[in-house]
Design a protein around this ligand. Structure first.
Ligand SMILES: [Zn+2]
Length: 668
């Protein structure tokens, strides 16, 4: 078993995490979960950077002790990461006196002993937002290009780290370790920067109390960046547990934003060289996620709260969006419109619908039981997808990894469309063929869910549960779990929509009449309570019974007046069985049903449920209809009755199930 130690940047705690911060943690979490799925002994470190002057100021503004303020913010950060299913193993704070203080003081002392730290005077511009000295050439109209603020002019006694001495050793190291800096574009930036020569670095601040005192000059504190970088070593024992440090260090991967690659690719390795420590395996500088094309920041006031997305949909749709839609290493953009569009396309219509169809058809045609079959054409696609997935994930092309899983999902959807299991089911002579088709589709979905485990942990677990996966999620291993299984029995669970489709804004919603605001909780929202996969099913909300067909629905949206039992008994509700179902041409919402209501001849009823159900899912269902509704003509077809469905707000209609009652039975 190989071990894998990865880290994210630690965050300033002067504001709560926004979507841009969450992007880094989510993608790092996808990588961590991928390595666990591979069976690596994975250690995933995150943390908070607390010795910033910004943090100190923010605490003062709120009249708080800075440490108490940081304690509070730690809880805020931990809550957000928990809600987003970020599975760090360790969380370090730079105010940690047991781990971080001794590590920073040890490293400062070792570098000093090696002659790499000397005393001098610093004079120059300092941007407090960046916590960085800014050479005049980097300013734009005198302002910090990132914060659009005017840096302070500072002159003080400082201790300097002899960074210049490490120019050649760094260049040699980059050459010998070509994958140390990724992606390529960052590597080139850093190479040009280091080739241009390195200035020594101020590594202390004078006259401040908020920070870690230098062991050889306790009146000065360690400059926040020199301090912060050491967290990666401090967390795994440097300066306080040599055996632990030896076991975990060096880190295999530092995930950081592209704006701070310089610190991680130049200063940090030089510090480690000075301290005589091994260097990390790789620094990956990811891009930024913009909001409508602008960088999210507190100062610009355009921060998206990732919990807004998690509250509405659970963490997984957001995790999928950020991993799939942003090429890892490049920049991406987030808008709510685009997010909802992708939710409908990737989850409601594609993966969610696929899971639904496979489960519904297996239930209907095979009583929910499948026997394994040797692979057909889908098995080939599955093997190719799994191979491409691993290749992409290993080189951190996360977006390509997800795309590989989605290629398999699309192939399974096409396979169902081509093989038409509902047609095969009509002729007993096709029984073996039907069994094979259903198994192949289910097996393809199972493998796709395995590939998506790192990206959508709770949803993938729920899909695997429905597909009869018996191995505990934590015990699944990529190589075996993504291999086609050609033996065994499988119990498939038909458990309802995972991701109800979002209605287009402005489009008439057939289900908006009388529905109280019962929230439709998509699967993964509930599934954050990790041990309760059963709760991950969208509740069949008893959301108020009403017409699902716009043309014949009562249109009174006001609070309904009370009716007597006699009034109610005027409505004949009856059990009906759906015999045939087909889409009404040119209608997005209407399905034409032929139903058995226990009468001599079947009836035709039009229902506005085409966005929730595929016609083939409907045939055979036992439902409730209003049997004595006046006939109405829609799209040229006469409808004789109305079906009843629960219609949660924002979600698709869910037909009421009347099984096992016999068609024609009165409902009252
Ligand atoms: Zn700045």
């Amino acid at each position: 078993m190989s071990s894998f130690f990865l880290t994210t940047a630690i965050d300033y705690v002067n504001s709560r995490p926004h979507l841009g911060t969450a992007y880094e943690k989510i993608t790092a979490d996808v990588i961590a979960r991928y390595h666990r799925l591979k069976g690596d002994d994975t250690w995933f470190l995150m943390g908070n950077d607390e010795h910033s002057q910004n943090v100190f100021k923010r605490a003062q503004e709120q009249g708080k002790d800075p440490l108490a303020y940081c304690d509070e913010m730690e809880q805020v950060f931990r809550e957000v990461w928990g809600r987003l299913d970020v599975s760090f193993n360790d969380f370090i704070r730079t105010t940690d006196r047991k781990r971080h203080f001794p590590a920073v003081q040890r490293m400062a002392q070792v570098c000093q002993d090696n002659g790499d730290i000397y005393e001098g005077t610093y004079e120059g511009f300092y941007c407090v937002g960046c916590e960085e000295f800014k050479p005049e050439k980097d300013l734009v109209d005198g302002l910090c290009p990132i914060h659009k603020t005017r840096p302070e002019w500072i002159k003080e006694k400082n201790w300097f780290f002899r960074l210049s001495k490490y120019q050649q050793p760094l260049l040699k190291f980059y050459e010998e370790h070509p994958s140390f800096i990724e992606p390529e574009v960052r590597r080139n930036e850093i190479l040009r920067f280091v080739e241009g020569g390195l200035d020594d670095l101020s590594m202390s601040r004078a006259g401040q109390s908020w920070g870690i005192p230098l062991p050889f000059d306790p009146k000065s504190v360690v400059y926040v960046w020199f301090d912060a970088l050491i967290n990666y070593a401090a967390a795994v024992g440097y300066g306080w547990d040599d055996a632990l440090f030896k076991k975990r260090w060096p880190a295999n991967l530092h995930i950081v934003g592209k704006d701070i690659t310089r610190f991680h690719c130049v200063i940090w390795p030089a510090m480690l060289m000075s301290a005589g420590l091994p260097l990390p395996g790789q620094v990956f500088g990811h891009g930024w996620v913009f909001f409508k094309g602008e960088r999210m920041s507190k100062s610009l006031g355009n921060m998206v709260d990732p919990l807004d997305a998690a509250k509405r949909f659970g963490p997984d749709p957001l995790r999928l969006y950020l991993t799939k839609e942003v090429p890892y290493g490049g920049d991406g953009d987030f808008t709510w419109e685009r997010f909802e569009e992708k939710y409908n396309a990737d989850l409601a219509n594609n993966l969610g619908n696929l899971v639904n169809r496979v489960a519904a058809m297996t239930e209907r045609y095979r009583g929910g039981q499948l026997t394994a079959q040797s692979g057909g054409p889908l098995a080939t696609v599955a093997a190719e997808s799994a191979r491409a997935y691993a290749h992409a994930m290993d080189r951190l092309a996360l977006h390509e990894g997800v795309a590989s899983a989605y290629r398999l999902i699309s192939a399974a959807n096409e396979f169902i469309a081509e093989t038409q299991p509902w047609s095969l089911a009509k002729d007993p002579a096709n029984a073996a063929r039907l069994s094979h088709v259903l198994y192949d589709a289910a097996e393809a979905v199972r493998i796709a869910a395995v590939l998506l485990l790192p990206v959508m942990p709770s949803s993938a677990v729920e899909i695997l549960r429905r597909l009869g996966e018996t191995t505990a999620p934590a015990d699944l291993r990529l190589d075996t779990a993504s291999t086609w299984r050609a033996s065994g029995e499988r119990a498939i669970l038909n458990a309802g929509a995972l991701w109800p489709r979002l209605e287009d804004k402005g489009a008439p919603n057939v289900s908006e009449n009388t529905t109280p605001a019962t929230p439709t909780v998509p699967a993964s929202a509930a599934a954050t309570e990790t041990t309760a996969p059963a709760a991950a099913v969208a509740p069949a909300a008893p959301a108020g019974i009403h017409a699902t067909e716009a043309g014949i629905a009562p249109s009174d949206a006001a609070a309904p007046e009370l009716i007597s039992i006699d009034d109610f008994m005027k409505i004949q509700l009856k059990v009906a069985k759906i015999l045939e179902a087909e889409r009404v041409p040119k209608s997005k919402k209407l399905v034409q049903l032929k139903v058995d209501v226990g009468e001599v001849a079947p009836r035709t009823i039009l229902a506005g449920i085409a966005e929730s159900y595929e016609p083939e899912q409907l045939v055979g269902r036992t439902i409730v209809v209003v049997a004595n509704l006046k006939p109405a003509k829609l799209m040229g077809i006469e409808s004789n009755g109305m079906v009843l469905a629960a219609s949660p707000e924002g979600g698709g209609a869910m037909l009421l199930n009347a099984e096992p009652a016999v068609p024609g039975t009165r409902v009252r």
